[in-house]
Design a protein around this ligand. Structure first.
Ligand SMILES: O=C(O)[C@H](O)COP(=O)(O)O
Length: 228
């Protein structure tokens, strides 16, 4: 039975500092490293052995994948990186302190920017110090200036369907190491969560989520590996 493992990267430096991160490439904290290693140890304990890996272009997700795979002796499996698994682009909020932004714009506005389905944050201005257009990893990619969850879904889902689902359907155990909102995009689709209800879904760091697929490639109920 094909099995899908979703893991959000461990705590990042800007998770710790409570700053909007999006596409900005911050590394894991010590705690993030421990969370990633614990995710791998849990996979090993539970006998869940990934055979194919997918991740984003962002260090925190790539390192989480490697730390977890190292713990379960699976660093050798084929892995694919793609920008379409990146975190949603936080636009002009990138780098800002989340609490200070609440104090400036109000709790409700910040909640809308963070969790609404289709209201994107303000766009990143040209020339921002967080502009990634000269970053070689994004050469040839039309970098967004901001993304709502809806816009994130519009790039995550086509990639899921074209590149990940066929691998899963061939019987592989697939691990995706990605981000809070790129994984919310995927979970929304797989668990058929409505546009309204998705606002309440949070994905914790470093906690493997599992979907078992049936022969018709229909996903079962999602569950946390720690609870199985
Ligand atoms: O990009 C970020 O800041 C985080 O990874 C996710 O942030 P959020 O919880 O505000 O969506």
């Amino acid at each position: 039975m094909p099995k899908l493992i979703l893991v959000r990267h461990g705590q990042s430096q800007w998770n710790l500092e409570n700053r909007f991160t999006g596409w900005w490439d911050v590394d894991l904290t010590e705690r993030g490293v421990e969370e990633a290693m614990a995710a791998g140890a849990l996979m090993k304990d539970k006998g869940v052995e990934p055979t194919r890996a997918f991740t984003s272009f962002q260090t925190r997700a790539i390192r989480t994948l490697h730390l977890a795979l190292h713990q379960c002796n699976r660093l050798w499996i084929p892995e694919t990186k793609d920008w379409r698994l990146n975190e949603r682009h936080y636009g002009g909020l990138t780098g800002l302190d989340k609490q200070e932004t609440r104090e400036k714009h109000g709790d409700e506005q910040v909640h809308i920017w963070r969790r609404s389905f289709d209201v994107p944050p303000p766009e990143m201005e040209a020339g921002s110090k967080y502009d990634l257009s000269s970053d070689p990893r994004y050469a040839g990619i039309d970098i967004p200036t901001t993304e709502s969850l809806k816009l994130t879904i519009e790039r995550v889902l086509p990639y899921w369907e074209s590149d990940i689902l066929p691998v899963l359907a061939s019987g592989e155990t697939v691990i995706i190491s990605a981000h809070g909102n790129s994984l919310r995009a995927l979970v929304k689709h797989l668990s058929q969560i409505s546009d309204d209800d998705i606002t309440g879904l949070e994905i914790p760091t470093g906690q493997p989520i599992i979907y078992d697929f049936d022969d018709g490639m229909r996903p079962g109920e999602r569950y946390y590996l720690k609870d199985s």
